[in-house]
Design a binder for this molecule. Structure first.
Ligand code: GAL
Length: 518
């Protein structure tokens, strides 16, 4: 076949595949002035996922259960009894997914390692088949430097792995052995697991995170029980056991010590030779006072302290925020001198997951309620002011599009926490799960969301914030925790029956914005 004819055939094939649906010239792909040049030269652009949400293969090759596997087995808990058992099957389709990242011009992939795939019992015997999976995943990312796709485009760029050691999925064995995050033994067990990962993958992985959103683990797992392991005091959720006034604080304390001990291992044993960096991923909603009155201002500040400060304050300053100490009193654990030594300064980089903003107002605490973490905030959440919503709503009940909230959140971290090295580690919005092709591919609202949020991120960098990378959540539609498959966060549409991936308009928007030729 002659070359021009071959190209024509390939082009038509790509069209038929829906891959060229949005031409780069389309005004819908307006980058709003953003390009690779908008940020400093080494700025990293990636997408993020997590093991339980994308891998599937839950019972394959020796993986042990995590607390989410067991939690979701309760019939009727999730719509259609959804779970991550198969999800988008990245365990078998990782090559296709990494090819897609490269094609969309991303530099990096933030994934998480499933602890119970490596240690099915949490500790002890290694599951070498699980170890081998992450070897394949990492190696394929790094090999992308020589990737050739079917439009004969040769990319000299690899996909840099950003590995996160835990994304909510504690091994069930440890839940049973000592109540999981509530048991102090978890600190050593997590450090051993982390140490093993550094040893196995640290020659190739130079960017590590210990945890994704430990606040969500502690608050949703132990204050309202909405997430695994679903513990709480009765009025705050539908749990069979728990104590919302103490357990969230104990779990958080142990999570912070797990983080610090893993960082200590990395620094003492690996960092010098492997030359990587290690940090933690923290969720942060921007809390805007509802009115300019003092009491709402204080309410918003308490919310920031109870949300971000709970974890970031100890990591930067070695203690919990004063607001928390004053309100929670002796229900709040204290760090010993030795613990302060390992906790303070225990991050080379802080990942901030930022999606939304809420208004905050002061409320007087209801004394008839038992103590509880959320109750301790003494705030009311408000989503509109004078009848005007804080921003357009996405599908998730908690997600409003508020780009200025990202600006304020990053500038807050810059000012209050000494401008640490930051990564905007998650950002995105969802559509309802029942959208179909072709409508679901035309995600104009998501394009607007990304454009306006990244413009605000640029503003923070221009004003001196030390942000070195940006990760979109998520590469693919996937298993969205308690919303199962009724929510789609992907820039790539996944047909949950066939698992076929089709990039949405937002994927092409990133491809254009991240284009390396200009
Ligand atoms: C984050 C979480 C992710 C993802 C996302 C969208 O808080 O880390 O796992 O589900 O929210 O809800």
């Amino acid at each position: 076949m002659r070359w021009p004819l071959l190209f024509l055939v390939l082009y038509l094939l790509a069209l038929a595949d829906g891959q060229l649906e949005f031409s780069p010239e389309s005004t819908e792909l307006d980058t709003g002035g953003l390009s690779r040049d908008s940020f400093p030269k080494d700025f990293i652009y990636g997408t993020a996922t997590s093991a339980y949400q994308v891998e599937g293969a839950a019972h394959q090759d020796g993986r042990g259960d995590s607390i989410w596997d067991v939690f979701l087995r309760q019939p009727g808990l999730e719509v259609n009894n959804a779970s991550g058992e198969v999800t988008v099957d990245q365990y078998h389709r990782y090559k296709e997914d990494i090819d897609l990242m490269a094609k969309l011009n991303f530099d990096a992939y933030r994934f998480s390692i499933s602890w119970s795939r490596i240690f099915p019992n949490g500790t002890g015997k290694v599951n070498w088949k699980g170890v081998a999976y992450y070897d394949r995943l990492i190696n394929y990312m790094l090999q992308k430097g020589m990737f050739i796709n079917y439009l004969t485009f040769v990319s000299p760029f690899c996909i840099t792995p950003y590995a996160n050691l835990n994304h909510y999925d504690l091994p069930q064995a440890l839940q049973e052995r000592y109540n999981g995050w509530l048991g102090r033994q978890v600190v050593k067990d997590f450090a051993d697991y982390a140490d093993f990962c550094f040893k196995m993958y640290g020659d190739r992985v130079k960017n590590w995170f210990t945890f994704n959103e430990p606040r969500v683990v502690a608050a949703l797992g132990y204050d309202n029980g909405y997430f695994a392991p679903s513990r709480c005091s009765q009025p705050y959720g539908n749990c069979t056991a728990g104590d919302s006034g103490t357990e969230p604080y104990v779990a958080a304390h142990n999570l912070i010590l797990c983080h610090a001990s893993a960082v200590q291992r990395y620094r003492e044993k690996y960092q010098k030779s492997q030359k990587g960096r290690i940090g933690i991923l923290l969720d942060f909603v921007w809390y805007e006072p509802l009115t300019r009155g003092k009491s709402d201002e204080y309410a918003a500040q308490r919310a920031r302290d109870f949300h971000l400060g709970w974890f970031l304050h100890p990591i930067v300053y070695g203690e919990y925020p004063k607001t928390m100490q004053n309100i929670v009193k002796d229900r709040l654990p204290k760090f010993t001198k030795e613990e302060v030594n390992i906790v303070k300064g225990s991050a080379d980089v802080i990942g901030i997951n930022q999606y939304t903003a809420f208004y905050m107002q002061h409320v007087t605490v209801n004394k008839s309620m038992p103590p509880g973490y959320q109750n301790d905030w003494q705030v009311g959440f408000v989503y509109e002011k004078n009848g005007v919503p804080i921003g357009p709503k996405a599908y998730s009940y908690w997600l409003y599009e508020v780009p200025w909230g990202l600006y304020k959140a990053i500038m807050y971290v810059k000012e209050r926490y000494g401008n640490p090295t930051m990564i905007l580690a998650e950002n995105g919005m969802d559509q309802p799960g029942n959208v179909t092709i072709p409508d679901g591919l035309k995600d104009t609202q998501r394009v607007n969301y990304y454009r306006s949020y990244i413009q605000q991120l640029k503003k923070t960098v221009d004003e001196g914030a030390n942000v070195i990378g940006y990760f979109a959540w998520s590469l693919l539609d996937n298993f969205e925790w308690r919303l199962g498959y009724t929510s789609r966060f992907g820039i790539t549409f996944v047909d949950f029956k066939t698992l076929k991936r089709t990039p949405k308009m937002s994927a092409y928007w990133f491809q254009k914005m991240l284009s390396r030729k200009h």
